[in-house]
Design a protein around this ligand. Sequence first.
Ligand code: PEP
Length: 271
Amino acid sequence: MQKQQILELVRQEVRSAVIARKEFIIAANWKMNKDKNDIIGFLKNLNKEKLENKNKIILFPPYPYLYLLEEQLRYSKALYGMQNIFWETSGAFTGEVSVEMALDFGCKYVIIGHSERRNILMETDEMAGKKVGACLQHGLSPVLCVGENLDERKFSHYKERIKSQIATALSQVDIEKTGKIILAYEPVWAIGTGMNASPEQVEEVHMFIRSVLDSLFGEKAAACIPILYGGSVKTSNVRDIAVAKDVSGFLIGGASLDFDEFKRIISLLDT
Ligand code: PEP
């Protein structure tokens, strides 16, 4: 056997050992996709799978289909949540959905500050902060998305951007509530583009995010905050990114829509 082949085998063994040891969060962001039949089919397939493994699966469907997840995932290990929330509890806020409504449907998680909401609907870090506060006040876990755009990456301003996104959105968070928070690093240039951040880029940013969290909450409280990576995750790159330091899981868009593809990703993160 060639030296290169031996090195590759060793690399694969080490990768498998690291993946087997880590407990990942595998979150599916369906955005404004799918219809009723498609979701019913997906959930039926998911219910046929044994999900008795170390990883946690969280589905984020469009609002109108939440009742299907409440019905179909009653006995499942899979969890679900909403793609957005409003910070007020009720009232004249046409088109908005409250934390209580999320709880009414059995949601445990809410995606906050996704770049599509920031860029298309002009959501700010301050708004993300209010939404995080509303979630934590009612025991829901916010999945706070942060990440730089292409120019910020090109001109090396990505750390400043990410730091200010985190500092503003989490500035009011009580240290006792950090156990509920999930962070998702989603570089805007990698979302839906097919161009993922490299494992080295992911590792660098995740370690940086960890240091920002440490300075906000102290090392001990910050240590329990998982950091997910999102941006063109697929079967071909998920294992390489999974072994990067401080990667606690994935927020997956496109590759989570098709059940078979999503299932392959789940299995790739099992062992
Ligand atoms: C996302 O929308 O959160 C995302 C990561 O999308 P994709 O996986 O399609 O890049």
